[in-house]
Design a protein around this ligand. Structure first.
Ligand code: TYD
Ligand code: MG
Length: 456
């Protein structure tokens, strides 16, 4: 067999060279050269034919067993995955260092190792911790199931060999950034190493039908494992997020070839590992104090579930020249927009005030349906008048100060009712049918209209 070599290829124009350099000779761009493998060329007769080893098949004849998913035993994870792990699939779990990725994966390994859902062993490969460290953690998590094998290794060849010999039901690689292929000169964690190792694992996963989890550290700007190189290769991308200062952690699906991507799973980090949160609304509202101005409850939709959260705002006179605007859990630009609309359409001047807005508990809300509750919390704080504690506020605000319809209103109201709220303020005309329940539904058309009902 011909000797394999590597070369450096510009990711922008495709020009290759033998040596790395900071600037591409072809297109003049900087830092675009990445080390890649050169597969030896097959010359002569039959070269082309060997390129494809399988024949096309009629789509109806493909055998795809739909119920073959492996349940992890953690409801919250299964839901995000779309019902469980699909055999042969590759799942990337990204998140900040220290958020709990290894903990989550070990708990899944332990569950699968002790249940009949997965036949065979579960292989957990760690390139970050020694066997002793892994053992200590497993003891803490009480995750010492018999079929749970661990391997501390970073050489991808050794790892593939171990997978081949143990033929496990699931492989976890913690983390893909620590793995390396010796033939490549680049350091572990570089784009070429990460991509090459993931490609080898992916190939193996597809051909052997063994599902794999890859753990990836997220860089500062939220990009998984070196410029998104892995996102398009894998079947599913999960993001593990949360605030280090809070115990709550959220697993979010960013991409899923086998399910929807807007589901979330909620966990609480405890002394002995992650615990699933069954009643997130109750949890996120648990620390709310009643009768305080600047607080408003919102019913959001996360995937198929409604989730009640507390929106907080604080408006206070600014002591410095530039008034501050700071947010956590909502979009900062959206806050500026809401302040502008409040000024123009409702006459609330905040030019001389600092404004802070926050979603309690470290959750992030991206949907515009939260607008009205943010605005209500701001007005409540500015006027120092509390919004009644058993009121939920839902609605998007338009630039004209009008309250616009939101999706899944019925589901949001039902969740509010379930938690004992007495009144819900919603966009006018949004409810298609009249509700029969206990909760009073107040329809509002404009900001002024809404504030009249909310802030006395
Ligand atoms: P870890 O899973 O090591 O994070 P990652 O793999 O994403 O880097 O989690 C580390 C944090 O979790 C650490 O700060 C301690 C905390 N933790 C607990 O609070 N309880 C536990 O049972 C465990 C194992 C960790
Ligand atoms: Mg870890």
């Amino acid at each position: 067999m011909a000797k394999r070599t590597t070369r450096y290829v510009c990711q922008s124009c495709g020009q290759s060279s033998q040596k790395w350099s900071g600037k591409c000779d072809g297109c003049g761009q900087w830092n675009t050269l990445v080390e890649e493998f050169v597969q030896p060329e097959v010359k002569g007769k039959g070269a082309r034919r060997t390129a494809s080893s399988t024949d096309p098949v009629p789509i109806g004849a493909i055998d795809a067993d739909r119920d073959a998913r492996i349940r992890t035993g953690l409801k919250e994870v299964d839901r995000v995955l779309g019902g469980g792990i699909v055999p042969g699939s590759m799942i990337l779990l990204g998140g900040d260092p220290g958020i709990g990725k290894s903990t989550l994966m070990m708990q899944i390994c332990h569950r699968l190792g002790g249940s009949s859902d997965a036949e065979g062993t579960i292989l957990y490969i760690s390139g970050e911790e020694s066997l002793r460290q892994i053992k200590l953690r497993a003891e803490r998590l009480n995750a010492l199931s018999e079929r749970f094998l661990v391997l501390a290794e970073t050489n991808i060849d050794a790892i593939l060999h171990a997978i081949e010999t143990t033929h496990p039901a699931l492989v976890v690689v913690d983390s893909i950034q620590t793995m390396y292929r010796p033939e490549l000169e680049s350091a572990p964690g570089s784009i070429s190493q990460v991509r090459e190792c993931a490609a080898l694992l992916l190939q193996y996963a597809k051909s052997s039908n063994i599902p794999m989890f890859l753990i990836g550290h997220v860089t500062k700007d939220g990009i998984i494992a070196g410029p998104r190189v892995l996102e398009h290769m894998v079947d599913t991308v999960l993001q593990f997020e949360g605030d280090h200062h809070h115990a709550y952690r959220i697993v979010r699906g960013l991409k899923n070839r086998f399910g929807s991507t807007n589901e979330i799973g909620i966990f609480e980090m405890r002394e002995n590992g992650l615990r699933e949160v069954d009643n997130p609304s109750e949890v996120f509202l648990s620390e709310r104090s009643r009768g305080i101005s600047g607080s408003c409850v919102f019913a959001s939709i996360e995937g198929t579930r409604a989730l009640l959260v507390e929106v907080q705002a604080l408006v206070s006179p600014s002591n410095f020249g530039m008034p501050q605007r700071a947010v956590s859990g909502i979009d900062g630009k959206r806050l500026s927009l809401l302040l502008a609309v409040l000024e123009k359409r409702y006459g609330l001047r905040t030019g001389q005030f600092d404004v802070f807005a926050n979603i309690a508990g470290g959750v992030r809300i991206d949907e515009p349906a939260v607008d009205l509750s943010v605005a209500a919390a701001i007005v409540s704080s500015a006027r120092d008048a509390a919004i009644h504690h058993s009121t939920v506020v839902i609605g998007e605000i338009g630039l004209g100060g009008e309250i616009r319809s939101v999706s899944h209103l019925e589901k949001r109201i039902t969740e509010a009712e379930k938690l004992g709220f007495e009144r819900v303020v919603v966009p006018k005309g949004n409810l298609k049918e009249k509700r029969k329940g206990q909760i009073a539904v107040v329809e509002v058309e404009t900001i002024a209209n809404a504030m009249e009902r909310l802030v006395k």
